[in-house]
Design a binder for this molecule. Structure first.
Ligand SMILES: NC(=O)c1ccc[n+]([C@@H]2O[C@H](COP(=O)([O-])OP(=O)(O)OC[C@H]3O[C@@H](n4cnc5c(N)ncnc54)[C@H](OP(=O)(O)O)[C@@H]3O)[C@@H](O)[C@H]2O)c1
Length: 240
């Protein structure tokens, strides 16, 4: 898909992978409307010239805020990028129900609600796209973050069903599966990490190529292992 001239709503566009996506998509000639939550990040994104709709998408009020901020404007592309995930170990502590609810909301309910609400405007466009950012962990979970992996696997499954339903319409559905990327989300992790700039570049290449999946960086290898042996892929990933 040609990105020049497209209007894009991008959630979580004030930091991390989302901010790099916003910058690079703007460089391609797209108009960006991004969402974010933290006031300082919102101001910084506005200082870069982005339109920002403040919204906490870990609950229904955030959806209302985004839709109110959009008003009657139509969009061509919806990028469901905002997400969060924390490690949790039942052997150490019980889960905090409120934290789990927020993770479920942000990672799963919010994309589904936004897709539902914006489907009429997307269908009215000559060509449109929905991009759902999941994770390599949607293919095979790690042991460290069961709920995070479950939300990403659920969004991957939803994305595949949605793509099948929208085949033949003007709406293309892309799933972006990042590997470990150097953002706030992974600040506490060691090991090698892809830069958010490189991650964004690969996602945008998949958008331009109208691919079904952007298997970013090392996720390509995980995907290849999974296609040969799902059990092997799972046993490798569950070590983490
Ligand atoms: N980093 C990785 O290694 C990695 C790997 C695989 C997949 N992913 C996925 O990639 C996406 C982006 O991750 P990232 O690493 O770029 O995360 P990040 O650096 O933490 O940035 C997340 C963005 O979402 C916003 N956000 C966070 N909580 C929000 C909430 N409750 N409501 C609305 N916006 C919220 C953040 O801004 P505020 O906090 O100011 O709201 C920020 O703009 C996520 O879906 C994540 O699951 C990341």
């Amino acid at each position: 898909m040609k990105l020049q001239g497209k209007t894009i709503l991008l959630t979580g566009g004030t930091d991390g992978i989302g901010l790099r996506l916003a910058r690079q998509l703007r460089d391609k000639g797209a108009s960006l409307i991004v969402t974010g939550r933290t006031p300082a990040r919102i101001e910084a994104a506005r200082a870069e010239g982005f339109e920002v709709i403040p919204a906490d998408l870990a609950g229904p009020a955030g959806i209302e805020a985004v839709l109110a901020g959009l008003g009657e404007r139509s969009i061509d592309i919806l990028v469901n990028n905002a997400g969060m995930g924390a490690d949790h170990d039942f052997r150490i502590a019980p889960p905090v129900a409120e934290d789990d609810e927020r993770t479920l909301w942000l990672n799963l309910h919010a994309p589904i609600r936004l897709i539902g609400a914006l489907m009429p405007t997307l269908r009215a466009r000559p060509e449109a796209m929905i991009v759902n950012v999941t994770s390599g962990l949607a293919i095979a979970p790690s042991a460290g973050a069961p709920l995070y992996c479950a939300t990403k696997a659920a969004l991957r499954s939803y994305t595949q069903g949605l793509r099948a339903q929208l085949k033949g319409t003007g709406i293309h559905v892309l799933e972006a599966l990042p590997p470990v990327v150097d953002t706030q989300m992974t600040a506490a992790m060691g090991g090698s990490k892809l830069t958010p700039e490189a991650c964004a570049r690969q996602i945008i290449a998949a958008m331009e190529g109208s691919k079904n999946e952007a298997n970013v960086g090392m996720v390509k290898f995980l995907r290849a292992v999974y296609s040969i042996s799902p059990a092997l892929a799972r046993s490798i990933m569950l070590r983490f």
